[in-house]
Design a protein around this ligand. Structure first.
Ligand code: SF4
Length: 358
């Protein structure tokens, strides 16, 4: 049986086509909707038969996002769903580390990610060995890992966080009296979080002498050097160009963008914050500095909102997940996320700590 509160899933091909036309006809052409609806219908039939649940990240392409997921959202929202689902199979339409998080939170389930190639430059930017080395270099520091890390890195961490709760996690640690917080792996999220929380930032690539000179009684966020290969490419010039052409647009940026870009935009926040903002706050126009599909999905969901499209920057990892792969994944039960019991046990603790201070 599907979980309660899931999105409604159409039962017939006609209903699927109707639903997709209603949501997508102003975003993608009808011939494509018809072709995709046939695949979506097959997925929905198979999903019921297999007692599977499909989780669709906000960055999924519109035809997928608006047809087969039982739940949509950011990685934190979907992780919470994964932890509670009654389904036997969890299909995570997102990147590999998200599938790993679902497996950690609900290890008895079969967890599938439809593409083997769905990596992430942040998750690949740090290893468990790097974390062990950082602990040696900064003894006594608390290690906070962004959820965009692989399970082996989470297993070496004290806390996890998402872009939606990084501030809260860091504030919580400071309130507990912690003075050194190693924040991994995204340099820009670490810098932006330190600025928001009002604490000093120290780059792990800086010298031991510089570190030794930091005041012992002052809280410091110590950042690593990985970056999101999509968000790091947005520039201050991009923001200025949007403002020049659309002076009344509200510009929202993901905090994986550089601090210089964040300083120029109107709102910085997670994909969930962007969804909530576009839904709830009236503005003449909205421009999102994040993966392009997110703007498409919001344009489809809120047709009365004017979204400014900016699609030169795409996430090649998220874009490997298609309806075709999702169908194939269900048929062949691929690609399974497998983790050792030891990693699951150790990686669970920092995730649980994060969820407890949401
Ligand atoms: S958008 Fe950036 S952080 Fe997200 S999956 Fe792609 S590379 Fe990773």
């Amino acid at each position: 049986m599907p979980d309660s509160a899931a999105l409604p899933i159409p039962a017939t091909l006609d209903e699927t086509l109707q639903l997709m036309r209603t949501r997508l006809s102003h975003v993608i052409p009808d011939f494509e909707i018809q072709a995709k609806a046939e695949i979506a219908h097959k997925i929905n039939l198979l999903k019921r038969e297999m007692n599977a649940v499909i989780l669709g990240h906000n960055y999924m392409e519109p035809a997928l996002y608006h047809s087969v997921p039982d739940y949509t959202g950011d990685s934190l929202q979907l992780s919470v769903v994964a932890s509670k689902t009654q389904a036997d199979v969890i299909v995570f339409c997102g990147v590999w580390f998200m599938g790993e998080t679902a497996k950690i939170l609900n290890p008895v389930k079969t967890v599938l990610v439809p593409s083997e190639k769905a990596g992430c430059s942040l998750a690949e930017g740090i290893t468990a060995e790097d974390v062990i080395a950082l602990r040696k270099r900064f003894p006594g520091a608390i290690v906070v890992s962004y959820v965009n890390t692989y399970a082996s890195v989470k297993a070496e961490s004290d806390y996890c966080c998402t872009s939606g709760n990084a501030d809260k996690v860091v504030k919580h640690l400071i309130a507990e009296g912690k003075k050194r917080i190693v924040f991994l792996p995204d340099e820009y999220l670490a810098r932006n979080t330190a600025k928001d929380v009002g604490v000093r930032y120290f780059a792990a690539t800086d010298s031991d002498e510089d570190y030794a000179a930091l005041p012992a009684d002052e809280a410091v966020v110590i950042g690593w050097k990985a970056r999101c290969e999509v968000h790091e490419l947005f520039t201050v010039e991009d923001v200025e160009n949007i403002r020049k052409q659309y002076p009344d647009a509200v510009i929202l940026a993901h905090p994986e963008c550089s601090p210089e870009v964040i300083a120029k935009v109107d709102i910085s926040g997670s994909t969930k914050l962007m969804v909530d903002y576009v839904r709830d706050v009236d503005a003449p126009r909205y421009a999102l500095l994040t993966e392009c599909s997110m703007g498409d999905n919001l344009a489809a969901e809120f047709p009365h909102r004017e979204m400014i499209r900016s699609c030169t920057l795409r996430c090649k990892h998220m874009n490997t997940i298609t309806l075709e792969d999702t169908l194939e994944g269900l048929r062949k039960l691929q690609y399974r996320v497998e983790l050792s019991d030891d990693i699951i046990t150790r990686a669970r603790t920092p995730i649980d700590r994060m969820i407890s201070i949401r």
